[in-house]
Design a protein around this ligand. Structure first.
Ligand SMILES: [Zn+2]
Length: 263
């Protein structure tokens, strides 16, 4: 059949024409630079609860991936380099409260907060907390609390720490969920002591209420949980501060005996 060679010639001619009319994509030499970063290289946000809680046996630092180490070291680097507190890196801590695992892979022991102008506020006893919590607490003392006591005509000398790291359930109730204290993510303040040795207990009804009102305002801005007198019986004599992360960014600010002063 002569038709086939003719058809083949026609097709060859036609496809050749089409190929000539459709330009081939021109490789872009800078494609790698212009393209967005591959999704796989964008690390998802850390899940703090999982990152902070060690294995039951307590992992060694060498067990951590480089990313984990960076995540853990960054707040410590910020805190240690900030020069705003006297801190030492604590050994990894771990424990068990019921079925829950306590601890943190790299907590710090914070003994004092250094103020602008050279003053120093001692923490007694020293607080053991994860770096983020210790850092925020130090900034609160330095930037907020030290200013709130100025009307007292005496500087802030010491903060009495009612609790920091403690592997236990919430409010010490057996079977309750693990306290943020168990994650080294909470610090309790029991009292303030001024340079003139005046002691201001959180529970003291005679204490200046404007001071507590300012403390309530500043703590509730910085911390995601603030539980003071008036919140429940477990917090009648101290104020609990932590950086718990909750769904939807929910925060708790309950310190009612100073509430009447808050606009
Ligand atoms: Zn507490």
């Amino acid at each position: 059949m002569r038709v086939l060679p003719l058809l083949a010639a026609f097709l060859l001619s036609a496809t050749g024409t089409i190929a000539a009319q459709v330009p081939m994509p021109v490789p872009r030499p800078d494609r790698a630079k212009a393209a967005p970063a591959p999704v796989a290289r964008i690390a998802p946000p850390a899940r703090p609860a999982e990152r902070r809680v060690p294995q039951a046996s307590g992992p060694a630092r060498s067990d951590l991936t480089p990313d984990d180490e960076n995540e853990d070291d960054a707040p410590c680097t910020d805190l240690l380099a900030s020069g705003i507190a006297e801190v030492e890196v604590n050994a990894s801590i771990s424990g068990r409260s019921g079925d829950a695992l306590c601890g943190d892979v790299a907590p710090v022991r914070i003994t004092a907060v250094l103020l602008e102008g050279g003053g120093k506020v001692e923490l007694r006893p020293a607080a053991v907390a994860r770096c983020e919590m210790a850092h925020e607490f130090a900034k609160w003392v330095r930037e907020d609390l030290s200013r709130s006591v100025r009307p007292m005509n005496s500087g802030l000398k010491r903060i009495e720490i009612a609790a920091s790291y403690h592997c236990r359930p919430r409010n010490n109730i057996a079977g309750a969920r693990l306290s943020e204290h168990g994650l080294a993510n909470a610090i309790d303040v029991g009292a303030l002591v001024l340079d003139n040795n005046q002691r201001i207990a959180i529970v003291d009804p005679e204490a200046p209420q404007y001071l507590f009102a300012e403390m309530r305002l500043s703590t509730c801005k910085r911390f995601t949980t603030v539980l003071g007198p008036g919140s429940d019986a477990a917090h009648h004599d101290h104020v609990h501060l932590d950086l718990a992360k909750r769904r939807g960014g929910y925060r708790m600010c309950q310190w009612s005996h100073a509430e009447w002063l808050i606009p």
